[in-house]
Design a protein around this ligand. Structure first.
Ligand code: APR
Length: 320
C-alpha cells in the first residue's frame, strides 16, 4: 500500500518539529510548504539527512508552491505569525486571518479530500476561517488545542503527585484562550478523580486551583520564557497524535476544536470539545454533563470565541 502523504503548511518552528515527528513515527511521506524561500527546502533536506541515523523511511520535500500538497491525506496548518511577549492570541487575528484565506484556497484546490488540522492562533477563530475559506466538510477540519492544553494540565499534575505522566488523564474544554475550562472532575490519576485525590490528602484544593491557573496561562508562560516566539514541541506532538488517530483509524477520544451544530447549545462555531477521531475525520462529538460552575465557565469561553469570530466576519465578510 502506498504511504500516506502528509502536507505541512508553514515550515516554521512547529512545522519543522511536525516533520521530524511525522518522520520518526513513519506516518508517511512529508511535504513542507512555506512562503519563505529556502526554509521548507532546507528543513525537509535536513530532516531527510537525519533519517538514516534515526532509522525511518519517509520521503521529504519542501517548496514554495501549493502544487506539492496535491492529494495529501493530512494537512497540518501552522502558517502565520506566533505571539511575542505582551501579545494575546487574539492580537494575531488580522495577519493570520489573511493567511487562512490563502491556505484555505490552496487546500480546496489541491487537497480537498484531506483531513485538516489547524494550529494557527487564535485557534478557534482561525480554524473556523480555514473551514469557511476551504469549503471542506466541517468533520474534516479540526483545530489542535485541547490535546496541548490537556497535556500541560497532565504534566503539571504528574509533577505535583510525582507519578508517571502516563497515568494522569486530564480534560480541558472550551476555547484556546486564558478562559479555557480545565475540568477538574474529569481529571485524575489512573481513574481516581482529582477531588478524591484532594480528599486523600495527595494535594490541596489551593494547589489544584494554582495548577488550573497555570494550565490556562501555559502558552503565555512559554512565550515569556522564549521571548522570540511561542511553544512548538508540545503543539507539534499534540497535532501528530490527532493525525495518527485519523491515519490509523484509532478512534481516539481527544479534545479538539470541532465544528458544533447544536452540541453544547452552540451552532456554527468551532470550540474545544471531546471528539472521536477516526478514518472519517471527526466521527462523533461527545457531550459530557457539566455542573453549574463548569457550564458558567464554558459559557464565558464560548463568548470569547464568538467575539473573535465576529471580528473575523467584520474583517472578511465574504467568509460567511
Ligand atoms: N503561507 C504559508 N506560510 C506562511 C504564510 C503564508 N501565507 N505566512 C507565514 N507563513 C510561514 C512563515 O514563513 C513561517 O515559516 O508560517 C511559518 C510560521 O512559523 P513560526 O513563525 O516559526 O511560528 P510557529 O511557532 O511555527 O507557530 C505557527 O501556530 O501555535 C501557533 O501561535 C502560533 O500562529 C502561530 C502558528
Amino acid at each position: 500500500m502506498a504511504r500516506a502523504k502528509i502536507a505541512l503548511i508553514g515550515a516554521g518552528q512547529i512545522g519543522g518539529t511536525l516533520a521530524l515527528l511525522a518522520g520518526l513515527k513513519e506516518l508517511g511521506d512529508i511535504v513542507m510548504f512555506d512562503v519563505a524561500e529556502g526554509i521548507p527546502q532546507g528543513k525537509s533536506l535536513d530532516i531527510a539527512e537525519a533519517s538514516p541515523v534515526l532509522g525511518f523511511d519517509a520521503k521529504l520535500s519542501g517548496t514554495n508552491s501549493y502544487e506539492v500538497i496535491e492529494g495529501a491525506d493530512v494537512v497540518i496548518v501552522t502558517a502565520g505569525v506566533p505571539r511575542k511577549p505582551g501579545m494575546s492570541r487574539s492580537d494575531l487575528i488580522g495577519i493570520n486571518l489573511k493567511v487562512m484565506e490563502q491556505v484555505g484556497a490552496g487546500i480546496a484546490k489541491y487537497a480537498p479530500d484531506a483531513f485538516v488540522i489547524c494550529i494557527t492562533n487564535p485557534l478557534d477563530a482561525m480554524v473556523w476561517a480555514l473551514q469557511k475559506a476551504s469549503g471542506l466538510p466541517t468533520h474534516k477540519v479540526v483545530g489542535m488545542a485541547g490535546v496541548l492544553d490537556s497535556a500541560r494540565f497532565r504534566y503539571f499534575l504528574a509533577d505535583e503527585f510525582d507519578v508517571s505522566v502516563e497515568d494522569v488523564t486530564a480534560f480541558v474544554l472550551g476555547g484556546h484562550g486564558d478562559d479555557m475550562v480545565p475540568l477538574v472532575r474529569y481529571s485524575g490519576v489512573a481513574g481516581i478523580p482529582l477531588p478524591d485525590l484532594v480528599a486523600m490528602n495527595w494535594t490541596t484544593q489551593e494547589r489544584v486551583d494554582a495548577i488550573v491557573d497555570r494550565t490556562r496561562k501555559g502558552g503565555g508562560e512559554i512565550v515569556n520564557l522564549l521571548k522570540t516566539g511561542s511553544a512548538f514541541y508540545a503543539p507539534a506532538a499534540s497535532a501528530i497524535e490527532m493525525a495518527t488517530s485519523y491515519l490509523r483509524d484509532k478512534k481516539r477520544l481527544l479534545p479538539a476544536a470541532a465544528f458544533l451544530s447544536g452540541e453544547y447549545g452552540v451552532k456554527d462555531l468551532y470550540l474545544g470539545v471531546p471528539v472521536i477521531i477516526g478514518a472519517k475525520g471527526v466521527e462523533r462529538v461527545v457531550e459530557i454533563s457539566l455542573d453549574k460552575s463548569e457550564r458558567a465557565m464554558l459559557d464565558k469561553s464560548i463568548a470569547s470565541v464568538q467575539e473573535l469570530v465576529a471580528e473575523c466576519r467584520k474583517i472578511a465578510p465574504d467568509l460567511g
